[in-house]
Design a protein around this ligand. Structure first.
Ligand code: MN
Ligand code: MN
Length: 307
């Protein structure tokens, strides 16, 4: 048995981890790719299901068009809300979120949202001029972190939240590619992060794609993470894996178990023209939609208010 024929549940660093194009050629032939019909956002919402609306890679280009966002119960954003993480732009994004009618909103950061990355805040190096502007903005409002500006959503960073019994986990990490924030080396460093994802996650949100699903860059490079694909398929098997980052990879497929959604709203030329993708999940037994009304955003935000 080769190291690539592991049993379900075992995830170790792949021998092809550092060469995703090779990994794709060697491993991906066994993949099931099931076409998924996209849900029309105008479909009436059932009381027995939660309607999720997905955004990603909006890069400060969506804030003036809140009317273009389809209605739903829950909004998800898979990172790259800004271009360079300026606090003023995070604030504008938060105001935009406040205009949207979705009852709960979950947001993760992407590599462009550099001010969310604690290590860049501590050691900004080539980003010093942007981080200085962000620091001044935060000081003028007596805040310590840009994460505190996100008052209209739940910010997830290696953390879980639950809505109507549906478990959502978010993580910003990407394999080294375009640099900027939340970059980690391929292999063990990323697998260490993915190992925090709970087995019972229903919706996984990462900024970067897994290998082979919405990860082909216009340069012909596979930008996806091998260990993320293996974690999703061998261990977590979420109902939905939402991501962005590779704008060219916009769209959705399934492997029969997990629906993979690259929700990048911006195109490769950074025109914000890809429509938000929506999906429904059934509400688990013992839960009901009335729980949505009871969610107090100030309570759920307490965790990151302290950072
Ligand atoms: Mn992006
Ligand atoms: Mn990105």
């Amino acid at each position: 048995m080769s190291s690539e024929d592991l049993q379900e549940g075992d995830v170790t660093v792949s021998q092809y981890s550092a060469e995703p194009n090779v990994a794709y050629d060697r491993l991906y032939v066994k993949q099931r790719v099931v076409k998924v019909t996209r849900l029309n956002p105008n479909t009436p919402i059932s009381n027995k299901e939660i309607r999720f609306v997905c955004l990603s890679d909006t890069h400060s280009r969506i804030e003036r068009t809140p009317d273009a966002i389809p209605f739903g119960d829950v909004l998800l954003h898979a990172g790259d809300l800004t271009n360079i993480g300026l606090a003023a732009h995070v604030d504008t994004f938060n105001t935009f979120l406040g205009m949207l009618p979705h009852k709960v909103k979950f947001v993760i950061a992407g590599n462009h949202d550099i001010s969310f990355d604690n290590s860049i805040m501590q050691n900004p190096q080539e980003f010093t001029k942007y981080i200085d502007v962000t620091r001044q903005y935060l000081q003028s409002r007596n805040l310590k972190s840009v994460k505190q500006l996100l008052t209209n959503c739940v910010y997830l960073e290696d953390s879980t939240a639950e809505v109507c019994g549906i478990k959502i986990y978010g993580a910003p990490w990407v394999p080294q590619y375009c640099d900027m924030g939340f970059n980690l080396e391929r292999g063990q460093a990323l697998l260490d992060k993915w190992n925090h994802i709970p087995n019972d996650t229903d919706i996984l949100i990462t900024h970067g794609p897994p290998l082979g699903r919405g990860d082909l860059s216009s340069m012909g490079l596979r930008a996806g993470c091998v260990e993320l694909l293996n974690t999703v398929q061998r261990r977590v098997q979420p109902k939905v894996h939402l991501f962005g980052h590779i704008h060219e990879g916009y769209g959705m497929t399934s492997d029969g178990q997990t629906t993979f959604i690259n929700a990048s709203n911006c195109t490769v030329r950074c025109k914000c023209t890809n429509p938000p993708i929506v999906f429904d999940l059934p509400i688990p037994a013992g839960h009901s939609k009335s729980e949505l009304a009871a969610i107090n955003m100030e309570d759920v935000n307490l965790t990151h208010k302290e950072t």
